[in-house]
Design a protein around this ligand. Structure first.
Ligand code: 2BA
Length: 109
């Protein structure tokens, strides 16, 4: 058995969750925050039989998109006391960040 931990852009999370449910794949959904951009994303925990992993990764892959997201910039004070925003930057986010780990033991109590 494997544990799939998928960090999904919140714009894609609804589609990914719907597609997993349609295929009767169980998951737990957590509201999480990216450490760099400090914006919300969704982390899915999916316990799955080894032979289901490729199918699940395919579902996640086909419902996630890569996007350029702005990096927040701090306002700066101009020489004449006016406040302005420095040059904005962007980073490429997602589609999804996925970790697949071995499950040593599983029991439904
Ligand atoms: P964030 O930490 O908010 O990062 C958003 C995007 O910012 C990242 O996209 C990456 O393109 C960029 N980025 C992150 N840290 C950076 C840094 N120190 N310098 C420059 N750019 C940086 P993704 O790589 O697609 O990651 C999307 C989200 O997935 C991340 O949101 C984080 O919540 C999670 N994540 C990514 N890699 C991870 C890892 N190794 N372990 C745990 N979570 C991870």
């Amino acid at each position: 058995m494997k544990m799939i931990t998928a960090i999904v852009n919140k714009k894609d999370a609804g589609d990914v969750c719907r597609a997993l449910t349609e295929e009767h794949i169980q998951f737990t959904k957590m509201a999480t925050t990216g450490g760099f951009l400090l914006t919300g994303n969704t982390t899915l925990l999916i316990g799955a039989a080894d032979e289901k992993v490729d199918e699940i990764l395919g579902i996640i892959r086909s419902h996630c998109a890569q996007r350029m997201e702005p990096v927040p910039v701090s306002p700066e004070m101009g020489a004449n006391g006016t406040v302005f925003f420095g040059q904005s930057a962007e980073v490429l986010v997602g589609g999804a960040i996925v970790f697949v780990t071995d499950v040593q033991y599983y029991e439904k109590m």
